[in-house]
Design a protein around this ligand. Structure first.
Ligand code: AMP
Ligand code: GLY
Length: 417
């Protein structure tokens, strides 16, 4: 089939890689310089008319959307109007990610366990609420801030400073609303699913590492590394999350007249009272995609076509683990340095995959051009072997002016050993 992937990062590189493995002719818009064997089209991911035109011209049979910016620009609505096959939520359904306040409203309606919260449109009421609640608590800028609009505050002063930041600076764009929520204590995990209307086909679990530095220190980032599946999460907890979060969400979106179709991402914390939601994303997670897709044995489009037809599908996963470590530019997330030359990729073993995100090709050189530069992954029968292989691969590379976490997966090891 002719398949189009929209986006340019590591997640889209992994999607395109999987679709190519499955034997398709893969187009990517705009793609990046490292998508070998795929056809890149330089169309911006939010230029929805041009994307639809491209899909028509090139007889694209399926379009898969990577980034939230395309969804919020209405790419799915436009493709559907033109009768083009696309897997992703409409603009109305993507608001689950686009607005935290909206997501909370839907969760309340669906009875989905989540942190208690209040939304405020002015700083004074938000500050009064913080006084009343006390720390710890979490302050979130409403709208898209790429995982960076969240402050986990352990003191009232930190929470107050975060609120002032949101309303008085334009650090997070024009924000008119802030969500203040209860701090949830427990193991964090990601659970994603293929969803169409009420039909939910869950994927295996994965765990991201959001903080910049080892030991979960430093600022929140878009994600510094991940692995899948989580060996220390029980089947019972997994099933509870599917039954109490994913399915009621899908049903409620249908009831509200804005059915969800696409990859649904639930960010969860396993509290003493069971799994609770901290966020929904209306798309595949990044870097979770890079560690989940190497584990997926079933052809991706077979699962997508089954869910869209409202059929059940027994997804085939490998009996093993993938770990992915993000190589970030020095200075990320605040002021990433660009222009570093990365090398040594030719000598990596076959089962190590490198997905590119913030890099460009200059002649034969791989040059840094963003914050998160690449994700190095390894797939092995055990998580420990995957970890050993991925860090061995990284040590073979020459990665000046970059940093990465050296403790990806450590929570799994401390809990099984
Ligand atoms: P978010 O962008 O909502 O995923 O938040 C970024 C990170 O902040 C999450 O990955 C969590 O580690 C943390 N976080 C967000 N909300 C909460 C909460 N209610 N309790 C504890 N940690 C949270
Ligand atoms: N890894 C979290 C996200 O994609 O937002």
């Amino acid at each position: 089939m002719n398949v189009l992937v929209i986006g340019r990062g590591g997640r889209e590189h992994a999607l395109a890689w999987k679709l190519k493995q499955d034997g398709h002719h893969v187009f990517v818009a705009p793609g990046n310089d490292f998508m070998e064997g795929m056809t890149c089209a330089s169309i911006h991911e939010t230029d929805v008319e041009a994307l639809a035109h491209f899909a028509e011209e090139n007889e694209i049979e399926w379009t898969i959307v990577g980034p939230e910016s395309s969804l919020m620009a209405g790419v799915v609505d436009t493709f559907r109007d033109k009768g083009l096959n696309i897997f992703g939520p409409t603009k109305a359904a993507a608001l689950l990610e686009g607005s935290k306040a909206f997501a909370k409203e839907v969760m309340m309606e669906a009875g989905i366990p989540t942190a208690a919260y209040e939304a405020f449109t002015d700083a004074a009421s938000a500050l009064a609420y913080i006084e009343k609640l006390g720390a710890p608590l979490v302050v979130k800028a409403d709208g898209l801030a790429a995982g960076k609009g969240v402050t986990v505050a352990f003191t009232v002063e930190e929470a107050e400073a975060a609120v002032r930041d949101i309303f008085t600076t334009d650090k997070f764009g024009q924000q008119s609303q802030v969500v203040i929520e209860e701090f949830l204590d427990g193991e964090e995990f990601s659970l994603m699913a293929f969803v169409s209307g009420e039909r939910v086909i869950p994927m295996i679990t994965s765990q991201d590492h959001k903080r910049a530095y080892d030991g979960d220190g430093g600022p929140n980032t878009g994600g510094m590394g991940a692995y899948s599946p989580m060996p220390h999460l029980s089947k019972d907890v997994y099933e509870e999350a599917v039954e109490t979060v994913l399915k009621p969400l899908a049903q409620t979106m249908v009831k509200r007249g804005t059915p969800f179709e696409g990859f649904l991402y639930a960010g969860l914390i396993l509290t003493a009272n069971g799994p609770k939601v901290i966020e929904f994303n209306a798309r595949f997670g990044d870097p979770e995609t890079e560690v989940i897709l190497p584990n997926l044995k079933s052809p991706l489009l077979d699962v997508i076509e089954a869910v869209v037809r409202q059929e059940s599908y027994s997804v085939d996963w490998i009996d093993g683990y993938t770990m992915g470590v993000v190589i970030a530019a020095e200075g990320y997330p605040d002021r990433p340095i660009t222009g570093q030359v990365l090398s040594g990729f030719e000598s990596l073993p076959k089962d190590v995959l490198v997905f590119h995100a913030g890099t460009t090709k200059k002649g034969d050189q791989v040059v840094g051009s963003g914050g998160r530069l690449l994700v190095v992954t390894a797939t092995k029968p055990t998580l420990l072997e995957a970890k050993t292989a991925v860090y061995a691969a990284i040590s073979q590379l020459d990665l000046p002016e970059t940093f990465h976490r050296t403790d990806i997966g450590s929570r799994a090891f401390t809990q099984i050993i």
